[in-house]
Design a binder for this molecule. Structure first.
Ligand SMILES: [Zn+2]
Length: 92
């Protein structure tokens, strides 16, 4: 059902969030960053596609919480996005 691809943007409520696939991020160690106020996401390109999917969904969950006016709890985002990624990638 769900197949990962390097999407260029996604829509959330009235906003369009641009997604850029990069070799490294500004801090040299993170794999994804969501510039929430700026409606853009950057994700490091991997060889293993499932990691790209997990990182993309992680950043999407940040966008959802922001849109809902909820606080950005990294532990929640990590756990929720990992499980959602598994569900999407294993759904038949
Ligand atoms: Zn995060």
């Amino acid at each position: 059902m769900f197949r990962h691809k390097r999407i260029k943007q996604y829509q959330i409520a009235h906003k369009t969030v641009k997604v850029k696939w990069v070799d490294t991020l500004i801090d040299g160690k993170s794999v994804g960053i969501n510039y929430l106020g700026d409606n853009r996401v950057e994700i490091v390109k991997y060889n293993i596609k499932s990691n790209e999917a997990a990182t993309l969904i992680h950043e999407i969950v940040h966008s959802i919480l922001d849109e809902m006016g909820e606080k950005q709890n990294e532990r929640f985002v990590q756990g929720f996005s990992e499980l959602l990624t598994q569900i999407l990638l294993t759904a038949k």
